[in-house]
Design a protein around this ligand. Sequence first.
Ligand code: PGA
Length: 249
Amino acid sequence: MRQLIAGNWKMNGTGASLAEIEAVARAVVAGKAACDVMICPPATLIAPAVAAAADRIEIGGQNCHAEVSGAFTGDISAEMLKDAGASAVIVGHSERRQYHGETDAMVAAKAKAAWRAGLLAIICIGESEQEHSDGKTFHVCSRQLSGSVPADAKAANTCIAYEPIWAIGTGKTPTSQQIANVHAHIRKELVAKLGAEANEMRLLYGGSVKGANAKEILALENVDGALVGGASLKAADFQPIFMAAAAKS
Ligand code: PGA
């Protein structure tokens, strides 16, 4: 299956950063990247990012509200992201769960909102450092998959991003064997929940992915792409990652 390399800019980037999106778009074409490439900039940049991407890369949001519209000051609906030109939205990122109290039920509602608007939902799951050291990784992933992934999720409208919280922005990554084991577990859980459909659903790994480790991670079984934070902010850092994906297929 075609891998997806998605960059999550978090709360970084201003108009000056659009040059990085233009550079990524150029690099995708010049390198004939054999994967789908996406950047999820802050909401203020979505519309100009879509123009800068020139149909060569996808642009996504980082969060959405579950409702279409209404009295929710400061929130943005999936329909608004779509209207601005986005084709996807990240839901349930651990920073949203941690700093905004998002529960599995809220994440599932946001995923449904994404589908309603015609967006791909990138649903994030992953254990904390404590849960990791307590040996609860599989348990936490199972619980989050059960609560955050709606029962009618389809491969065409949903990706799952496994992001161990202790690996996000820390430079630490699980071993390749650990990533492969967790991804195999996620695939098994999804097949039990969604049926054969789940075999086609892309499972992304996220957490300190960079040029130096991308090739090894992306070559692992059941790793169908990556969700990249820090290393997606500069085209020069992001390029080796999506070119590593191209090398797999
Ligand atoms: P990182 O972030 O690549 O900077 O570790 C990943 C993420 O939070 O999606």
